[in-house]
Design a protein around this ligand. Structure first.
Ligand code: PRP
Ligand code: URA
Length: 241
């Protein structure tokens, strides 16, 4: 059994476990699903920000002046389209001055490789800390590609905030970017032959936005031999670690 990397933080909070159970349930409808994504993001985001640095700040209370503290780094929220969108509002409640920079990636269903389709980052980084928002860390391809983009941009520090991770995805991200902290509500068992997290929650984007196009889009339907081979390779790398 491979060791869990020190960069992985699985929330121990009972409220997180409770809300995650509701989120996973196949009977949970998109409205409640979106509410739960928001609530879980708030709880995980609070934990993920626990090590942000502070700087002294002189203020005056109604009674007297005092030396208080304020957050030092500028923080950027990086939702990965589409499913990461549902995590933005909760993070903006915690960090109202955060900048939001969207990255558009979708996962090619057959190769499971990320395909970039939207990126409007300016030339130079405008924030020091970047928090990638994406509910699912499956193969880790989307996340690792986003970290590459953000480091190339000049971000000094990157964290990943996801609701559920697969061991295969944690391995990909922690081996390519060991400096990236990964905050999740749960570490699940494995990926199935189509690259879906098991037991997982299905397709996080479809469940948030109610886009169920029929059996062909549902996890577990019609495995492609090439996709199954990609997953087997990831699982072999994980075992050989
Ligand atoms: C999902 C999810 C991640 C990605 C995770 O997005 O939101 O971005 O898959 O998979 P990976 O770790 O194997 O890269 P999807 O490609 O389904 O796009 P969507 O959010 O537009 O539905
Ligand atoms: N994307 C999802 O939405 N769910 C998974 O299980 C894997 C990738």
């Amino acid at each position: 059994m491979p060791e869990t990397p020190s960069s992985l933080h699985v929330s121990p909070h009972p409220l997180v476990a409770h809300k995650l159970a509701l989120l996973r349930d196949k009977h949970t409808e998109p409205k409640q699903f979106r509410e739960l994504v928001r609530e879980l993001t708030w709880l995980l985001g609070y934990e993920a920000m626990a090590d942000l640095s502070l700087q002294p700040s002189r203020i005056e209370t109604p009674l007297e002046p005092m030396d208080a503290q304020r957050l030092e780094p500028r923080v950027g929220l990086i939702p990965i389209l589409r499913a990461g969108l549902g995590m933005v509002d909760a993070m903006l409640e915690l960090l109202p001055t955060a900048e939001v920079w969207h990255i558009g990636l979708y996962r090619d269903e057959r190769t499971l490789k990320p395909v970039e389709y939207y990126n409007k980052l300016p030339d130079a980084a405008t924030v020091q800390v970047c928090l990638i928002l994406d509910p699912m860390l499956a193969t880790g391809g989307s996340s690792a590609a986003t970290v590459d983009i953000l480091k190339h941009w000049g971000a000094a520090r990157v964290k990943q905030l996801s609701l559920i991770a697969a061991p295969e995805g944690v391995r990909t991200l922690s081996s390519t970017h060991p400096d990236v902290d990964i905050h999740v509500a749960a570490l699940d068992s494995h990926l199935n032959e189509r690259g879906y997290i098991v037991p997982g929650l299905g397709d996080a984007g479809d469940r948030q936005f109610g886009t169920f196009a029929g059996p062909a889009s549902e996890p577990g339907h019609g495995p492609d031999p090439h996709t199954a081979e990609v997953v087997r390779n990831l699982q072999r790398d994980l075992r050989n670690e």
